[in-house]
Design a protein around this ligand. Structure first.
Ligand SMILES: NC(=O)c1ccc[n+]([C@@H]2O[C@H](COP(=O)([O-])OP(=O)(O)OC[C@H]3O[C@@H](n4cnc5c(N)ncnc54)[C@H](OP(=O)(O)O)[C@@H]3O)[C@@H](O)[C@H]2O)c1
Length: 298
């Protein structure tokens, strides 16, 4: 088992994930574009690298957890990137949510240097990252996956190898179709409940344990009826993921009518300045359509 791990991207997900690696006994080398976040990790036992290249030179396993496809391409393939420092037979594990097509390209570039890649996007949000309970869906070679299993187990609980390179990212997009569609159903149900005059809190309590049960209903519906739009997961990030979904669907010539509708609703919210709100602010777009405001009456 590799005990030294490089970690690139100390954002709201990456920082707690890197903490959990330290807690599990790994020697962690960190790099972050904004250096103050990496310095914070040094006081907690990590070593700081000056660039992704320097980090890759020191660690046989390199994890990336950055915003989007261009960011992953930049830290892995760009100037002073991972590819310039990494040794043959090392492994790059990208845990960001990015394009499956780009993942295949990055894996091919690393493969030319004898370096393995796993795409291992996550679900479970910041709280899952803090608790070390993320769901991790992994694409790549099965043997490489087994080699990296202890590393992944320091950050997550439900860790499934789903196929070859890019299949992890593809399954993450499956996850996002489900998340967006379920939230849309929750919002539609709340609009209907509000207009019907039922007590919203009681309605949620009555249905959340039955066939309509979902994470969105249990966690987001109570926030919606209290008009709490603080982000667990921001609309801007969801829109980034829905763009990846629609791009992949276009390539496959698969129509996604409901997901496509939800994406348009999210565009309307971004245009109204709600990009940094939580995804549950979807209700605001539906309120504009219906003229019904969802709010718990005390
Ligand atoms: N937040 C969630 O609930 C959640 C859940 C599941 C999956 N994800 C996915 O996890 C990934 C990270 O999300 P997050 O919430 O941690 O994002 P975040 O808090 O915005 O952090 C983004 C990280 O990426 C770095 N970065 C961005 N562009 C870069 C570039 N061009 N070069 C180098 N570094 C760059 C940032 O560096 P700076 O500090 O310098 O800005 C920061 O460390 C995303 O792909 C997201 O879709 C997020």
């Amino acid at each position: 088992m590799e005990k030294r791990v490089g970690f690139i991207g100390l954002g709201s997900m990456g920082m707690p994930m890197a903490h959990n690696l330290i807690r599990a006994g790994f020697e962690v080398v960190v790099y972050n574009r904004t250096t103050s976040k990496a310095e914070q990790m040094v006081s907690e036992g990590a070593k700081k690298a000056g660039s992704p290249r320097e980090l890759a030179d020191e660690a046989p396993v390199v994890i990336t957890m950055v915003s989007d496809t261009p960011a992953v391409e930049s830290v892995i393939l760009g100037e002073n990137g991972v590819i310039e420092g990494i040794k043959p037979d090392s492994v790059v594990i990208d845990m960001s949510t990015i394009s499956p097509q780009a993942t295949r390209r990055i894996a091919a570039c690393l493969g030319e240097k004898g370096v393995h890649m796993l795409d291992a996007p996550v679900s479970g949000g910041e709280q899952g990252a803090i608790n070390g309970t993320l769901s991790i869906m992994v694409g790549g070679d099965a043997e490489v996956f087994e080699r990296c299993r202890p590393t992944l187990e320091a950050m997550g609980k439900n860790i499934i190898h789903v196929g070859s390179n890019s299949m992890g990212q593809t399954v993450k997009l499956v996850n996002q179709i489900l998340v967006a569609g379920t939230l849309n159903a929750v919002v539609e149900a709340l609009i209907f409940a509000q207009k019907s005059g039922v007590d919203l809190e009681k309605a949620i309590d009555a249905v959340k344990g039955g066939a309509a049960a979902s994470w969105q209903l249990t966690n987001l519906a109570p926030r919606i009826i209290r008009r709490d739009f603080q982000p667990g997961f921001m609309i801007d990030l969801m829109q980034k993921d829905l763009n990846l979904v629609m791009g992949a669907a276009r390539e496959l010539k698969v129509p996604l009518p409901v997901t496509s509708f939800i994406q348009q609703m999210y565009y309307s919210l971004q245009s109204a300045g709600e990009g940094k709100s939580g995804t549950q602010a979807l209700v605001k777009a539906m309120e504009c359509l219906t003229g019904v405001k969802v709010e718990q009456v005390e």
